[in-house]
Design a protein around this ligand. Structure first.
Ligand SMILES: C[S@@+](CC[C@H](N)C(=O)[O-])C[C@H]1O[C@@H](n2cnc3c(N)ncnc32)[C@H](O)[C@@H]1O
Length: 277
């Protein structure tokens, strides 16, 4: 598939997928049109006929799965905030997702929401949010490289700016499938370690696709569609829920639940907790 230049540019080959999801969120009014990009519009409409074919084959098209996982991550984040367990959020690989804007608007200065992505995508997000006058001390966009173990773009450095006496939620959405298993395990260990530096502990939320739940025709079609946009790098790291739970526990999480959005057997939402001290 020949992609427009804008989709091939950027600091990382998977960043174009953020344009696609950004367009999906705006299309379903999860956020404002300012967070949808022309590149997202092109990608969405180029793939639309194939997505319609996918929907005809089974219970959920890629778009339906995206919406279901996004809503379920929201539900767990809302619960963590409303029960008072967390008041700070770091969303790694936030892309053009409107979640930070929605939560910042909903909770004002009662929470601090840090959106983080590779520098090119972070710059784009910062500029879009700044054009809406949406940024401030409680809603920021920072550069991160989820694979960095040390240095200014590491997670450890990003969380060091937060209040260590309050709880934190760390989110990844739409990132794990593009990383190798070793990179996912390394990232999970750094996330567990980062949450452990907060007195009140916190929660890690993410989508996760298990191999045994993604071996049908619809899932294979969805992966085949996404592959050209990410140069073929799509990984299903864990065979089943037991293996994924063990990997999260090995990474250092105290309690792990792998939730399923009702009606969508191909996607799980990880809710992994680190208890407070
Ligand atoms: C599929 S998009 C998901 C964006 C957003 N979470 C959403 O759901 O709309 C993947 C995102 O991962 C980001 N990304 C890729 N590699 C990364 C890395 N090493 N560190 C941080 N972000 C990364 C990309 O820039 C892109 O924004």
């Amino acid at each position: 598939m020949n992609l427009p230049t804008v989709l091939r540019s950027g600091s990382h080959s998977i960043s174009p997928t953020a344009h696609y999801t950004g367009y999906v969120w705006a299309r379903h009014a999860f956020g404002p049109p300012e967070l949808a990009t022309p590149a997202g519009h092109v990608m969405f409409h180029a793939l639309r006929p194939l997505m319609a074919a996918g929907r005809a084959l089974g219970p959920g098209s890629l778009e339906d799965v995206l919406l279901a996982r996004h809503r379920l991550i929201d539900a767990h984040l809302t619960s963590a905030i409303e029960t008072g367990r967390v008041s700070q959020v770091v969303e790694i690989a936030a892309g053009m997702s409107p979640r930070g804007l929605r939560y910042a608007r909903m909770h004002g200065d009662r929470i601090t929401y840090i959106e983080a992505d590779l520098p090119g995508m972070a710059r784009r997000k910062r500029s879009a949010l700044a054009s809406m006058d949406a940024l401030g001390p409680h809603h920021r966009v920072v550069d991160i490289d989820a694979l960095s173990e040390v240095g200014p773009q590491s997670l450890a450095s990003v969380v060091s700016d937060l209040d260590a006496t309050k709880g934190v939620a760390i989110i990844t959405e739409g990132l794990l499938n593009y990383l190798s298993r070793a990179d996912v395990e390394g990232l999970w260990a750094r996330i567990a370690e980062a949450i452990g530096t907060f007195d009140a502990g916190g929660v890690y939320l993410s989508d996760l696709h298990l191999a045994s739940e993604n071996d049908g025709a619809v899932e294979r079609l969805a992966m085949a569609l996404v592959a050209p946009f990410v140069r073929g790098r799509i990984h299903l790291h864990f065979a089943d829920a037991v293996e994924a739970t063990q990997a999260l526990q090995t990474a250092g999480f105290d309690t792990v639940a792998l939730h399923r959005p009702p009606g969508f057997p191909g996607v799980r939402v990880v809710e992994a907790l680190i208890a407070g001290r």
